[in-house]
Design a protein around this ligand. Structure first.
Ligand code: PRP
Length: 214
């Protein structure tokens, strides 16, 4: 049975920095999230009382699971949505995991003859510099992006900044803020049509929970 026909709502949940805030929000909304939810290594967790099943996903893969309909809905950062460009329906700004996408460099940065920018977000970075009319070579890395300007791989990086601690600890500065980031609730387009009531109910519940906290 496809996710679209299933009555159980399949939710792709990002592991990592969004996860704790997302599970807290679900609990505040009164959903019966199991106590061991935060510690388990299980990848598929059924919550039959809520008619839900959680898929514990690598954050960058959430839009892929949702686009292909193996998850009806998912929670994903705006950074990943803009980078991955998957065909999903953005339902709600959850306002959690707030941070920003920025251009970062060393304090004494000067325009390079052959500028290189390292990032986990090559689509976002390429689009930004194209719009700025700047020609740069974008180098894709998978983590510890702040290393790049420190060891001379790139003269700038495009990365997310949350507390700014990583920048401070590595003597880097934020040069431009590109956009603000929060986590979003997204839906598979077919699931949204076929299982609209369940998805809309959850969306309304989360929206009311957020409004009550505001
Ligand atoms: C992210 C990001 C920065 C850091 C920003 O990395 O790439 O390095 O967090 O957070 P801060 O402003 O609070 O210091 P992450 O922790 O996801 O690990 P990574 O370097 O492996 O991508």
């Amino acid at each position: 049975m496809s996710a679209a026909q299933s009555e159980t709502l399949k939710v792709a949940m990002p592991k990592g920095r969004i996860y704790k805030q997302a599970s807290k929000l679900f609990r505040e909304a009164g959903l019966p999230i199991p106590a061991d939810f935060d510690d388990t290594r299980k990848l598929v967790i059924a919550v039959p009382e809520a008619n839900m099943e959680f898929i514990m996903a690598k954050p960058v893969d959430v839009p892929t699971y949702v686009e292909y309909g193996v998850a009806d809905i998912g929670i994903v950062g705006k950074d990943v949505l803009l980078e991955e460009r998957r065909d999903v329906y953005e339902l709600l700004d959850l306002g959690i995991a707030k941070c920003r996408m920025s251009v970062i460099g060393l304090p004494d940065w000067k325009p390079a003859i052959h500028p290189r920018v390292a990032t986990k977000y090559p689509n976002v970075a390429s689009q930004y510099f194209r719009e700025q009319g700047q020609q740069v070579e974008v180098i894709k890395l998978n983590g510890s992006i702040e290393l790049a300007p420190l060891i001379g791989l790139a003269d700038r990086i495009v990365d997310m900044v949350e507390t700014g601690q990583t920048l401070r600890d590595n003597g880097l500065v934020e040069m431009e803020q590109i956009f603000g980031i929060t986590s979003r609730l997204v839906a598979n387009r077919v699931s949204y049509r076929m299982n609209n009531q369940a998805i809309q109910n959850l969306c309304d519940l989360l929206q009311a929970t957020l409004a009550a906290k505001a």
